[in-house]
Design a binder for this molecule. Structure first.
Ligand SMILES: Nc1ncnc2c1ncn2[C@@H]1O[C@H](COP(=O)(O)OP(=O)(O)O)[C@@H](O)[C@H]1O
Ligand SMILES: [Mg+2]
Length: 458
């Protein structure tokens, strides 16, 4: 067995079904792996798994529950490791080209862009359409990535995976499991500092992708990020660069207001004008990374163009909507200092409109950088000439302080005490023609302010 565990009970099945870690998802012949999480221990659900017809249980410790239905029981030292090992085994068996994307910001966006391009490309003369597996939702950690790989059925030619981390060592293990043919680090920025320490710590952790990749693979290197450039320089294998002076470049970028951006993509000697339905110049970088990655697999410029023009932002990631004549940028999915600045700049770059209003929640997990980062955020808002700030969270007062230091008038900065109140105050203020940006860390749920503003729900 791929887990290297000990069979402590022979079962009656020769063929197993899907591998699951959630006992509620167990079906006939499923393989149930009991993981110990922060809130639950899967071992408590063995009985349920058996009742639902599990064909195999992978557990870490006893006692083994009575099992008359003929499930195989395998005992391993570490069930999380077993899950990764099983996924690696499947990855090797099916053997798609594996594309791995990590970085502080833009992973999901880049992944969606790569997948959209490859849907329109072919590999060795064969169309890749519907032969691509990609990470769904936030399945990018030590549980989600293996479960993603275990969805491989056999006909997939490419797997586009997102690798996330919040603690040192995770990228190393994820790289080991995924064994990527092509790897990309979008950028290195302060995020998850609670687990990763410092910016250098973030770089070291993301860098594990290039460090652990097979040197026969290809590293896709963002030359515009000094940290990534340095990490890329150490990779011994094949490289594709993007950004300024790279193999893949984007020139003459024009901001088309709320409709997105337009730029000239150059890949080697080919070039073409591309219209991207994503706001903000930071998405140019994501598009170039995606193009470089797809190019590494052999996609041509036409596929890159068609893919990039077809792909749309995911919910809560710079998603634009119009509501009663008010422009809304919903970027409430997450936030850290780099993505906050990118979003403020995007709001500032929108031409026309009456007033620009940023509705911001705290940036979490910044550890010692917390105070400074929020103060700086306020200053940036003033510098980008954001008209009004609506703030929520424990660090709202620091953002406000920064904004006032930057020269914003006090009556233009509102600090709310909860989502509903802030949404209500915003409704009093906002007028047709205004542009509103909603953003904060995931734990801040800034979409609730938007819902209160639009009087949706509760
Ligand atoms: N290259 C980038 N640089 C800075 N901020 C970015 C970049 N790409 C995306 N963002 C910001 O990060 C948010 C999350 O994007 P996403 O693609 O979901 O990243 P991830 O999967 O890495 O969390 C976006 O809404 C956007 O505000
Ligand atoms: Mg993501």
């Amino acid at each position: 067995m791929a887990t290297g565990g000990e069979v402590i009970q022979e079962g009656g099945w020769a063929l197993f079904g899907d591998v699951v870690t959630d006992s509620r998802k167990v079906e006939q012949r499923s393989v149930f792996i009991a993981l110990k999480g922060e809130k639950f221990d899967g071992h408590a659900f063995q009985r349920e798994a058996i009742r639902r017809g599990a064909g195999c249980l992978i557990i870490h410790k006893g006692p083994v529950v009575s099992n008359s239905r003929g499930a195989t029981v395998i005992q391993v030292r570490d069930t999380l490791k077993a899950l990764g090992d099983l996924a690696h085994y499947r990855r090797k068996r099916v053997a798609p080209k594996v594309l791995a994307i990590t970085g502080s910001n833009g992973k999901t966006t880049t992944k969606e862009m790569v997948a959209a391009i490859l849907e329109r490309a072919s590999l060795l003369g064969e169309s890749l359409r519907r032969n691509i597996l990609k990470t769904e939702g936030n399945y990018n950690n030590l549980v989600g990535l293996p479960l993603t790989l275990l969805r491989l059925r056999g006909k997939e030619r490419v797997a586009v995976l997102e690798l996330g981390t919040s603690r040192p060592g995770e990228i190393r293990r994820l790289t080991e499991i995924a064994d990527p043919d092509i790897g990309l680090i979008t950028c290195v920025a302060p995020a998850h500092l609670t687990g990763l320490g410092s910016l250098a710590g973030v770089a070291r952790e993301k860098g594990e992708l290039f460090r652990r990749m097979d040197p026969r693979g290809t590293a896709v290197v963002n030359l515009d990020d000094p940290w990534v450039r340095r990490l890329g320089a150490k990779f011994r294998g094949n490289k594709i660069t993007y950004g300024r002076n790279g193999t893949v470049t984007g020139d003459s970028c024009r901001v088309l207001g709320a409709r997105g951006i337009e730029f000239t993509l150059r890949v080697g000697r080919e070039q073409g004008r591309i219209r991207l339905r994503f706001l903000g110049k930071h998405n140019l970088s994501n598009a170039l990374g995606a193009a470089a990655m797809a190019y590494g697999l052999g996609a041509n410029l036409e596929a890159v163009r068609r893919g990039l023009e077809a792909v749309r932002p995911l919910p809560m990631r710079m998603a634009v909507e119009r509501w009663r004549g008010i422009g809304i940028i919903n970027d409430a999915y997450n936030a850290n200092p780099a993505s906050m600045e990118a979003a403020l700049k995007t709001l500032a770059d929108i031409e026309g409109g009456r007033e620009k209003i940023a509705v911001l929640g705290d940036m979490l997990e910044l550890d010692r950088e917390t105070q400074k980062s929020h103060l700086r955020l306020g200053k940036q808002a003033a510098r980008y000439r954001i008209g009004r700030l609506y703030l929520l969270g424990e660090h709202a007062t620091q953002v406000k302080e920064g904004a006032l230091l930057g020269g914003m008038a006090e009556e233009r900065v509102v600090v709310g005490s909860d989502h509903r109140e802030l949404g209500g105050m915003l409704r009093e203020q906002a007028r047709r023609g205004d542009w509103l940006l909603f953003k904060g860390s995931r734990g801040m749920n800034m979409e609730k302010v938007l819902a209160a503003f639009q009087e949706i729900g509760e």
